[in-house]
Design a protein around this ligand. Sequence first.
Ligand SMILES: Nc1nc2c(c(=O)[nH]1)N[C@H]1C(S)=C(S)[C@@H](COP(=O)(O)O)O[C@H]1N2
Ligand SMILES: [Mo]
Length: 201
Amino acid sequence: MSVTRGFVGRRRNPEGRLPPGQYDTGASWPVLTAEATPRIDPERWSVTVDGLVEQPTTWTWDQLHELPRSSYVGDIHCVTTWSKLDVAFRGVSVDLLLEAARPTGDAAYVMAHASTGYTTNLPLSDLVDGKAWLVWEYGGEPLPQDHGGPVRLLVPHLYFWKSAKWVSRLEVMAHDRPGFWEQNGYHDRGDPWLEQRYQGD
Ligand SMILES: Nc1nc2c(c(=O)[nH]1)N[C@H]1C(S)=C(S)[C@@H](COP(=O)(O)O)O[C@H]1N2
Ligand SMILES: [Mo]
């Protein structure tokens, strides 16, 4: 049986887009922050890619804006079970930053750092090939401070705790090391389709 879109009030799993155990949060966008929201002047913001790279590089707000832009339009999934469908973010691909910094042969993981001290670890392979962005626009507007403005990491194919708000540094590493939530029991990779919520999942 097919159901016409719009016929059902609150779609439970439109087109199978919700990973297991997730619900559609609809128009709302919860704020989940472990620390106090920092007030960061874009003119004083910068991001550095360093660690196991041939060319450690820092981009200011203006320098980041000189790079070719790209967008993500799709879904995001928080481990606390909400998903938000059809969101639109704009910024630059992390590929461009990594191409400039050039990870060395033994580079395999990245620790994303926020200027607040929040950290989250990711396999380097999850940040390349058009899967990750640094974003400063949401729905055509500046990214709200509560949601990581001026600039946050966006890795939408993993649970949203990997998308560090107020990102300031991508530290390229040879070996994996747990970030903030990962030290507190969350999974090192966090693929929502595999329900990798906690260590051991
Ligand atoms: N700096 C920082 N980034 C963070 C967090 C945080 O507490 N601090 N929370 C993570 C978690 S658990 C989620 S679900 C998302 C929430 O992003 P939002 O508040 O924009 O919804 O940000 C992630 N990035
Ligand atoms: Mo989260």
